[in-house]
Write a protein that binds this ligand. Sequence first.
Ligand code: GAR
Length: 202
Amino acid sequence: MKKIAVFASGSGSNFQAIVDAVNAGTLDAEIRLLVCDQPSAIVLQRTQEAKIDSFCISPKDFTDKTAFEKEIVQQLKSRDVEFIVLAGYMRLIGSTILQEYAESIVNIHPSLLPAFPGKDAIGQAMDAGVQISGLTIHYVDAGMDTGPIIVQKEIKIHENDTRDDVQKRIQQAEHICYPKVLQELFTKETTNSVPRFVGKVF
Ligand code: GAR
């Protein structure tokens, strides 16, 4: 059973999908901790309902990013966390966490990377007038949404769609896709080899 931590900054609907998959027995993982950088985030309410430990931390309380991340790593290590799942965590992962969890951090992003990295990917896609966007699940490296891609799924943008319509459609797909891909990663992994590509799940 993979011991994981989920990092989130907002509503936590992807966190909820992961909790639901674990409870349904379709994802062989134990969620040891939810790490959050926003004290008012709705995801913290979800942790209470799910009875999962949470750790809320603000970079403002630390002298620099290294000290901030060292504290996070200490929290993760004290719970034997083996793998980090970013689910709407709106902060760049720095070298302190990357060194400790090399090749064991994944992220989900609401666009077909490398298109539209960073904040408000859906707004960026709509402003650009693209007819197809989607989601990407990828390993995390030091860049902004730049790590090796694991899976992508296309989602059509229709002419009269509002931003909310597109967000809803992408997030519905995220909630199905993320637990499935995590399960693929956790069950195919062996002690000495981390798969860099698990192929399409659709
Ligand atoms: C998700 O759509 C995720 O793809 C996106 O934030 C949303 C979080 O929603 N992540 C990024 O934009 C990362 N660059 P949630 O809090 O309801 O899971």
